[in-house]
Design a protein around this ligand. Structure first.
Ligand code: DGT
Ligand code: CA
Ligand code: CA
Length: 577
């Protein structure tokens, strides 16, 4: 069984973890960690060296014992020490090490003091507040653990909206093309534009004769890996990528009711059903009924009208006050993608983007934009080739030239300047003075305390040139939790200072969160929905930002980049003159 260096390294890493959880001799533990590193980073396959009969003890830190273990792993695919450790410690315990912030020491304490052996037990212990009492943990660590478990759980079960969209759109096309199919809609959390979706819920209508055909064609779809169930009008499958898809073919007269039911959210549905009951109506996925008589159901609007409500857009259906607003006729007029007049966060190949200034400008123009802000990284972000003052000045010259030449689009001179740990900006005022606006962002020191992180950002916003806070929470969906900040204070400071917050539409970010958009709106702070484009294709991601903004109740006038260039200049021009 050929074993790669990485496999061998993983065995040693796991041994070191388990030994550490057991409280073994630190030198022994270090020997295995060292071996994992040496083997993992070695430039040739160690198994090849063995084949050639070479002596592994020539490798740094590899003695007879470890050389023997490598031989054993390569020869048998097993390591008897690891097998033995697995009998001494519960096997699920190394799962705990996958939770960021939990190293072997903490896992050991959790196991010894609280008998926590599995992720479920860890979750319960954190939720019940038992972890904070352990020495070296505390309430903050407990909260971090709780959050990390949630992120971890999501990671294994849910799909990012943009990924789900690729499968959803392909399936929609496939289904619509089946003869006899009349309508197809992907409902569920996907239609509500949630940032991640658990599964896809597809509704279709078809002529009576075609219905069973539709289900059959669906289960034969190329991407299907497994059929969970299939009947005459419905089926559930799992695609090769692991995403579950439920299809239901319904009667036309019920389409609106079914669409409403399967769009959810569950909590919205329950609230609507209760309302209906109070006025003596019954509502389910087949329609709205008074006694046995159907009074609505063909369209969603008819369902809402039957219970005395105006139509509620899917993004609002989370039972967060939308029903009362619909009853009062005061639903927001949600922002739409066509409302955007520009994009205030765009990179080029001057740093880590792929296209030139001119190419980005042309792409923006064909996207119907009037302006874009060029916001390269600053020097601190060295791996992106972040700009220093000289390079920034050169880019400003190029932008001036291009603006003089191009018609219909204006490039704004800007920068995505790093907010350093103390809240100062990564470039001197002399470099920022020439810019039309300054976008600030946190790219480091994510683990500061809430107080420090908040102060850091407030201080950056107090800088006279600061215009817009990019990706305000720093989270990466399913990868990095938001850093801990007092967002309400940040939003209020933005209002006091005349600054703005970004809703970054990158599918991994979607940052501000929806509820924070609502908060910004309530506090009167405009949000800029930006692509963070690194190539000409990335403007297409704006639709996910729009979805998130709509979930955050934002209207056209709540969004900074729905303004014309002229209006925008007045808003961002607070101290630049
Ligand atoms: P997901 O898939 O976890 O991202 O979230 P959803 O919202 O798509 O949930 P899913 O797929 O379990 O169900 C789709 C919709 O069906 C859900 O949004 C509302 C509706 N639904 C599901 N179960 C119930 C229920 O027990 N009662 C009511 N009223 N509606 C339900
Ligand atoms: Ca779903
Ligand atoms: Ca479902």
């Amino acid at each position: 069984m050929p074993k790669h260096n990485a496999d061998i390294a993983a065995v040693f890493e796991e041994i070191a973890d388990l030994l550490e959880i057991q409280g073994a001799n630190p030198f022994r533990i270090r020997a295995y960690r060292n071996a994992a590193r040496v083997v993992g980073e070695f430039s040739q396959e160690v198994s090849r060296l063995l084949e050639k009969g070479e002596d592994l003890t020539e490798l740094p830190g590899i003695g007879d014992d470890l050389a023997g273990k490598i031989k054993e792993i390569v020869g048998s695919g097993h390591c008897s020490l690891l097998d033995r450790l697995h009998t001494e410690l519960p096997s699920a315990i190394t799962e705990l090490l996958k939770i960021p912030g939990l190293g072997p020491k903490r896992v050991k304490a959790l196991y010894h003091d609280l008998d926590v052996q599995t992720l479920e037990q860890l979750y319960r212990a954190a939720r019940d507040g038992r972890i904070r009492a352990l020495p070296g943990f505390g309430e903050k660590t407990e909260n971090n653990i709780l959050q990390a478990i949630e992120v971890h759980a999501n990671q294994t079960r849910r799909f990012k909206l943009a990924i789900a969209a690729q499968y959803a759109e392909a399936l929609e096309k496939f289904l619509v093309a089946i003869p006899g199919v009349l309508k197809v809609t992907v409902a569920g959390s996907y239609r509500r534009m949630r940032e991640t979706v658990g599964d896809l819920d597809i509704l279709a209508t078809a002529s009576t004769t075609a219905t069973s055909q539709v289900v059959q064609r669906f289960t034969n779809y190329d991407e299907v890996a497994e059929i969970l169930s299939a009947g005459p009008t419905r089926a559930s499958v799992i695609l090769k990528c692991g995403l579950q898809v439920d299809l239901r073919v319904v009667k036309e007269e019920s389409y609106g009711a079914a669409l409403h039911y399967f769009t959810g959210s569950k909590s919205h549905n329950i609230a609507i059903r209760r309302m209906a009951q109070k006025s003596g109506l019954k509502i389910n996925e087949y329609g709205v009924f008074r006694d046995k008589t159907r009074i609505a159901g063909e369209t969603e609007a008819s369902v809402y009208a039957a219970v005395g409500l105006s139509y509620i857009p899917p993004e609002l259906r989370e039972n967060r006050g939308e029903i009362a607003m619909a009853r009062a006729g005061k639903l927001p007029q949600l922002v739409e993608q066509t409302d955007l007049r520009g994009d205030l966060h765009v990179h080029t190949k001057a740093t880590d983007g792929h296209n030139s200034l001119r190419e980005m400008a042309q792409a923006a123009l064909s996207n119907g934009f009037e302006y874009i802000a060029i916001t390269e990284h600053s020097r601190r972000l060295a791996f992106t080739h972040g700009l220093d003052p000289l390079k920034l000045a050169q880019q400003c010259d190029e932008i001036d030239q291009l603006n003089a030449e191009l018609k219909g689009i204006t490039l704004l001179k800007s920068i995505e300047v790093d907010i350093l740990e103390d809240g100062s900006l990564d470039l001197p005022d002399s470099a920022l003075a020439r810019l039309d606006m300054v976008v600030g962002a946190v790219h480091s020191s994510f683990n500061l305390s809430r107080a420090k992180q908040t102060e850091r950002i407030l201080r950056a916003m107090q800088h006279p040139y600061f215009t817009l806070l990019a990706h305000p929470t720093g989270r990466l969906i399913q990868r990095r939790a938001p850093y801990d900040v007092d967002m309400l204070r940040i939003i209020r400071e933005a209002r006091n200072r005349g600054c703005f917050l970004e809703l970054n539409a990158h599918p991994e970010r979607l940052d501000l969160l929806d509820t924070q958009c609502q908060m910004a709106k309530e506090e009167g702070v405009l949000v800029s929905i930006n692509s963070d484009a690194h190539s000409v294709y990335d403007f297409a991601n704006l639709r996910f930002g729009i979805g998130q903004a709509r979930r955050g109740w934002l209207e056209k006038h709540d969004v900074l980049n729905t303004r014309s260039l002229k209006e925008l200049r007045l808003l961002i021009n607070r101290t630049m003159s």
